[in-house]
Ligand binder design. Structure first.
Ligand code: SF4
Ligand code: SF4
Length: 135
């Protein structure tokens, strides 16, 4: 089993089609919707998907073939290392434990692969070192 996060973008023509539901049903995947947004320009869905790798690939291909733009999430949450002051404010607020204090150096490490893009650290970080580029 693998778990991955994706940002799905739907054009207005397909935003009302139950494509995510069909993917879940046909490819036996578990999907957790982390964030959703619909506007006149279409819709965006931030999801976490869990399942067998082969089924995951088939499910994602199904979405792409249906016209959904699919992007893996990790590349969209980043930290500007030059701005981070290792203040630690993000350590307790992150629901995904994506920050860790290195007890040797007292540096705050960012584990981007754990991030679920909730956005909480964006407002919490005093020097605005965290960047969420998808919403
Ligand atoms: S966006 Fe949310 S999950 Fe990601 S690092 Fe920030 S607080 Fe943690
Ligand atoms: S809140 Fe910002 S500056 Fe402070 S440790 Fe976290 S990322 Fe670095």
């Amino acid at each position: 089993m693998v778990k991955k996060k994706y940002l799905l973008s739907f054009t207005p023509a397909i935003v009302n089609e139950p494509l995510t539901y069909k993917m879940i049903k046909e490819y036996d995947l578990l999907v957790n919707i982390l964030r959703a947004e619909v506007s006149e320009r279409g819709g965006r869905l931030l999801i976490e998907v869990e399942g067998k790798p082969s089924q995951m690939n088939k499910g994602i291909s199904f979405l792409k073939n249906a016209g959904v733009e699919v992007r893996e999430l990790n590349e969209y949450v980043s930290r500007d290392e030059d701005r981070c002051t290792d203040c630690g404010a993000c350590l307790s607020i992150c629901p995904a434990d994506a920050f860790e204090m290195d007890k040797q150096t007292w540096k705050v490490l960012f584990k981007g692969d754990r991030c679920i893009a909730c956005g909480l650290c964006i407002d919490t970080c005093p020097p605005r070192a965290m960047k969420l580029r998808i919403w």
